[in-house]
Structures are given as C-alpha cells and as structure tokens.
Design a binder for this molecule. Structure first.
Ligand code: SAH
Ligand code: SF4
Length: 380
C-alpha cells in the first residue's frame, strides 16, 4: 500500500505566486481526515490496540470520520467518555467554519468557508431533483489567471489539504444529513491538477465505501489541461470523470483567455484527452465576440467530434470579468445548434444561483470588497 506518512502539507503561499506546477510546502502532521480510509483504519486499529481496547472500537471510531460523521469526538455517544477525551487529544477533527451562506431563489446554496489560517474558499450546493451536486474548491485562489475568472484575479494563496477539500462535503453533511451530496465537481476555486497529491487522496476519500461512498462516475475533475495531472488521473483505476476547460478552439484565441495555453498547448491537451480513454466533457464559457462565432463552433465541433466529447456551454458570469460580456441567448443557441448538427452533444448550462454570484470565486471577491473599506476606515 502507498504510504502517506511522509506526505507534506502546503503552507500559506501569499506573496509571489508559484510557477504553475510548483507548490510550496511545510511539513505538518496529517490528521485522520487527511488519510485515505484504509490508512486511517490501520492507524486507528494500532492506536486502539496500544490502549488495550477491544478491536470493535476501531470500527466505531472510523465510522465517525466520514460515513456517519461527528463534528467533534464529544458527539460520539457510543464511545465511553474517557475514549472520547483521548481521541480529542490525539486525533482532533479539523473543521471549516461558515463565513457566509447565501441561498439563491433557485435553491442553490453558496458556502464561504473560513480555514484554520484565515484563508477562505467556497463551495456551491446545487439541488436538481434527487441529485445534489456539490462544487468544491481545491486551492485558495488560483495561479493561472484566466481573464474571465474571479478566482484567477485573486492570485494563488495556497493549496488545500485533503481534509480541507473533503471537509467541504463533511461540513455539509454535519449541518444536515439530508443535504449529503450525490455528485461532486471540482469546479470551485483553484486548479485541482496543480494540487494533485491532496486531490489524489481526496478522490479516494470521496469515493471509498468507508469514506463518503460517492461513485467515481459521479465525481468530475475539471482542469485547464495540466498534463502531468491528467496522466495521474488516467492512471487511477476508478472511472472518475474529466472535464477540460477549453474555452476556445484555436490556440491563439485560447492564449488570449488562458495564459496556461503557453505551457500546456491545446493540441497536447487534446492528445492526452484522447489517451484518457473515457468520454470527456469540454467546458466552454461563452464570451461575446471572443469565442462565440460560427467559425468557432465549427472548429470546436472538429475537435470534439473525434473524441466523442460532450460540450457544456456556460454563459459568462459577468462578475468574474470586467470588460467582457456574455454571449446573447440567441448566439448561444445558434452555437449549440451548429455543434449538434455536426454530431456533437452540446448542452447550454443554466447559470445557477446567478442572484448570489455563484460562479468561480465571486463570493470571495464580494466579501473582500466589503471588507476593504472597513479596513481602510480602521487604518484611519
Ligand atoms: N481550474 C479549473 C477548475 C475550477 S474553474 C478549471 O478552470 O477547469 C471551474 C469552471 O468555472 C471552469 O470551467 C471555468 O471556466 C468556469 N468559470 C470561471 N470563471 C467563470 C465566469 N466568469 N463565468 C462562467 N464560468 C466561469
Ligand atoms: Fe484558475 Fe480555473 Fe479560474 Fe482559470 S478558470 S483562473 S484555472 S480557477
């Protein structure tokens, strides 16, 4: 079994943004919630045995991590008081706290979580019939600076740990077990494949039957096309889904929207998408006059068709990008129509939670705006 014992954890990365692909690390002891369930089980079993406790206690303890979680060990009523105290000492359960919660008219809820060191990340819970999709963050901020994205404008702050990534799911279940997410998308803040060591463990926790037990086909990793990360995801045996943020079918146009095109060029990303072997989704934010011409649709169709890729057309959320305008509804429908007549499955995604700015990084930017005048007033 792979050992995570020497795993190193990210530290606050404020200051100079890292080179894409590089991360700053500081060594810290992982908590139980940072470990793949199999490894957490081994550690708990050893700890239980060392204390001379019966082996069934280990299973009881493990269940309280993910399958039937508690916010703190004091809530685990099935355990004796002395054991609860010892667990609190040895294995405290890290928490995320809610900095703000907004509910949209369409039922979408947006959580802004405060992390232990003061950083903030967001998740968006999107109910749709029996399905509850949770959009989660993998980094505080993002180093990649896509021009239309509010998270990109924040710059990179730091990588999240596995406990912070999966904690977004855990906290929602702790608040109300009826909200347990059925689907996960890594489409919140950050580039998940630039935080692969933590995302790798988080995927196991999300999917494992002893973790949250969410089927791999219900978990989607969204990336701009970080090639080493795509290879690592491909190497996993589970059927996790991959979404590629394409946004323009020509390298020159893509470079104008996404600086990462310089490092991981479109043709290489598409070649890796082909090697992925499973059906991928292309994410395509529609920006008036930038990537929404008929000619773009035809080119996009030529890229998507041979891969059997599914195309998600997203209306640009205006808050993320001053100076850019969303394509009109008519333009989006015409664009989708051209893709469909070329045999490509294309869907126009409704912008959920528009009234609460539920797009990438929006809430955070709103909070900062409110906070800044207050800070200025304090500074006199
Ligand atoms: N970094 C990864 C995952 C997080 S971004 C990636 O880029 O794929 C998740 C999605 O939010 C991406 O598809 C991105 O294009 C989209 N997004 C970012 N800013 C947006 C905006 N202003 N309007 C609509 N979608 C946006
Ligand atoms: Fe980062 Fe994704 Fe936003 Fe680009 S779209 S800046 S990769 S979070």
């Amino acid at each position: 079994m792979k050992s995570y014992g020497s795993f190193t954890w990210p530290r606050r990365g404020r200051g100079k943004p890292p080179v894409p692909g590089a991360v700053s690390f500081a060594v810290m002891t992982p908590t139980l919630l940072d470990l793949p369930p199999a490894e957490a089980r081994t550690r708990i079993a050893a700890w239980v045995a060392a204390r001379g406790l019966p082996a069934y206690r280990a299973a009881q303890i493990e269940r309280r991590l993910w399958t039937n979680p508690v916010g703190s060990w004091s809530e685990a009523a099935e355990l004796p008081a002395g054991l609860r105290q010892a667990l609190e000492q040895e294995w405290p359960l890290p928490r995320l706290t809610v900095a703000s919660l907004e509910t949209s008219a369409d039922g979408t809820r947006k959580f802004l979580w405060r992390l232990a060191d003061g950083e903030a990340v967001e998740s968006v819970l999107i109910p749709s019939g029996a399905r509850r999709t949770l959009c989660i963050s993998s980094q505080a901020g993002c180093a990649l600076g896509c021009v239309f994205c509010a998270t990109g404008r924040m710059g990179f702050r730091r990588n999240l740990t596995p406990a912070e990534i999966t904690g977004q799911v855990r906290e929602i279940i702790l608040r109300d077990p009826a909200d347990r997410p059925t689907n996960i998308v890594f489409m919140g803040m950050g580039e998940p494949l630039l935080n692969w060591p933590a995302v790798d463990v988080a995927l196991t926790i999300l999917n494992d039957a002893e973790g949250f037990g969410i089927g791999a086909r219900h978990i989607t990793v969204s990336t701009v096309g970080i090639l080493p990360g795509m290879e690592a995801l491909r190497a996993r045996p589970e059927q996790f889904r991959l979404a590629i943020s394409l946004h323009a079918p020509r390298a020159e146009d893509r470079l104008g929207l996404m600086p990462i095109e310089k490092k991981y060029a479109l043709n290489r990303v598409l070649a890796e998408a082909k090697r992925f072997g499973r059906r991928v989704t292309f994410e395509y934010v529609m920006i008036a006059g930038k990537n929404d011409r008929d000619e773009d649709a035809d080119r996009l169709a030529r890229l998507a068709q041979p891969l059997g890729a599914h195309v998600n057309l997203l209306p640009l959320h205006p808050g993320g990008a001053p100076g850019l305008l969303p394509s009109s509804g008519n333009r989006m429908r015409a664009f989708a129509g051209r893709l469909q007549s070329a045999g490509v499955e294309a869907v126009i995604r409704r912008s959920r939670g528009l009234d609460i700015n539920a797009a990438c990084g929006q809430l955070y930017v709103e909070m900062e705006k409110k906070r800044r005048p207050a800070a200025a007033a304090r500074a006199g």
